[in-house]
Design a protein around this ligand. Structure first.
Ligand SMILES: Cc1cc2nc3c(=O)[nH]c(=O)nc-3n(C[C@H](O)[C@H](O)[C@H](O)COP(=O)(O)OP(=O)(O)OC[C@H]3O[C@@H](n4cnc5c(N)ncnc54)[C@H](O)[C@@H]3O)c2cc1C
Length: 380
């Protein structure tokens, strides 16, 4: 087995680390406080090739591998998971599926500008009554011959008010249940689309989240991805790949909290010595370090399987479940190690703890990951 990264992967990780530690860090507290969208950073990250990392050069992407994506997500998420989720949605939920299943015309018109960062993408699956149970889609896309007529409401949509392109999942043939669902590419400025209010969230406050309402929205027939009825499989495949990105995000949040806890434990004194010299703190740090290392290994294994065209579905569920759960544990411990200072915003760890919570919820809750894993285990 070879655990070594390639020179290119090391360079990509360094570029992400430099950007996060020099640029993202500067305004992260203000953006979190005031829920300001990181417009400037998304532009800069696009210039670094991070908005469509795995898109092939023929579609204007840098053609990086999934391992590099994990490395970049970890570094950015150590500092600011609000920015990394915008990047993750664009990379995994939007570009991945378009590259794999889009027609040449769709790739030319949408994938290329998405990969360059000229467009931003959003993924519209969840509804008020369809979260974990994504099969119960109520948004309808009625076949009108040359276009679909879309009506319904999508909930919790990341980047909804900044995205140019929506990948919309909607029901065309209710009698066929989830085999009647389609995935459509929708111009976010289309007539009949309106947004609900900005969600005032616990964490990841500078990524914007809205519900999106569709009233008689016309979507050209050529904007359907794949065959009629392929939409549910398309969405599940996008989520299976997307889980690797969110797992890496959770890993980064945990790793960022660990770095801060180590630095603080070496600096803060109590009872005449650095708190790191108290075994209770040193052992806590050792356990946090072990969890972060296990999380990193699970993420990299899932990414490696995907890069080598092997079945990564169980591995990505393992990574998402474990990384999200340990992110919650490690960030909570980091707050504890900071004592009272951990409870105020200036020290960042309370923000990392708020960010960690979301990784247990979106792109499949921790309970849903256990369903995926146990089904696979019992089938094999
Ligand atoms: C900030 C944010 C951003 C998001 N971004 C997007 C986005 O860009 N696009 C998008 O489509 N969606 C997005 N989501 C939606 C997210 O994916 C859903 O919130 C998530 O899938 C859970 O669905 P739900 O909220 O309806 O919870 P529910 O499905 O109602 O679940 C409630 C609880 O019940 C549990 N549960 C449900 N079913 C089972 C079961 N069978 N067995 C055991 N436990 C179960 C769940 O695990 C959870 O604990 C986002 C959500 C948030 C909060």
């Amino acid at each position: 087995m070879n655990f070594e990264l390639t020179e290119e992967q090391i360079m990509i990780r360094q570029a992400a680390r430099d950007y996060a530690q020099r640029e993202l860090i500067q305004d992260v507290l203000e953006r979190d406080n005031k829920a300001i969208f990181p417009e400037k950073h998304i532009k800069n990250l696009a210039e670094l090739g991070f908005m469509g990392m795995m898109v092939e050069p023929e579609y204007d992407g840098p053609g990086m591998d999934t391992v590099s994506y994990v490395l970049a997500m970890e570094e950015l998420s150590k500092v600011d998971a609000s920015t990394s989720v915008i990047l993750s949605v664009n990379n995994s939920l939007v570009c991945y599926g378009l590259q794999k299943y889009g027609s040449e015309e769709q790739k030319e018109k949408y994938l290329k500008p998405l990969a360059r960062g000229d467009y931003l993408g959003a993924f519209l699956l969840s509804e008020p009554e369809a979260g974990s149970d994504a099969t119960s889609q109520r948004t309808t896309a009625i076949d009108m011959g040359d276009h679909y007529l879309v009506n319904g409401t999508k909930n919790w949509i990341t980047s909804a008010s900044h995205a140019d392109v929506y990948i919309l999942i909607a029901q065309t043939h209710p009698e066929k249940e989830h085999y009647g669902i389609n995935a459509l590419i929708v111009d976010s400025k289309s007539a009949g689309i309106s947004l609900g209010p900005h969600e005032d969230k616990m964490g990841m406050r500078s990524s914007d989240t809205h519900s999106v309402m569709f009233t008689d929205v016309k979507v050209p027939m050529e904007n359907r991805i794949g065959e009629d009825g392929f939409g549910f499989i398309f969405a599940m495949q996008a989520l299976e790949a997307g889980r690797i990105g969110i797992a890496a995000q959770a890993l980064g949040i945990a790793a960022g909290a660990l770095e801060r806890a180590v630095a603080y434990a070496k600096e803060r004194k109590a009872f005449g010595t650095q708190i790191a010299n108290h075994q209770a703190i040193a052992f806590k740090l050792a356990e946090m370090d072990l969890k972060v290392e296990n999380a990193r290994n699970l993420c990299l294994k899932a990414a490696w399987l995907k890069d080598n065209k092997m079945d990564f579905r169980k591995a990505s569920a393992f990574a998402k479940l474990y990384c999200a759960d340990i992110a919650m544990e490690v960030t909570t411990d980091a707050v504890q190690i900071h004592g009272g200072y951990g409870y105020v915003k200036e020290y960042h760890v309370e923000r990392l703890m708020r960010e960690a919570k979301l990784t247990q919820i979106y792109e499949g809750t921790s309970e849903i990951q256990k369903i995926v894993i146990s089904r696979k285990l019992l089938q094999d």
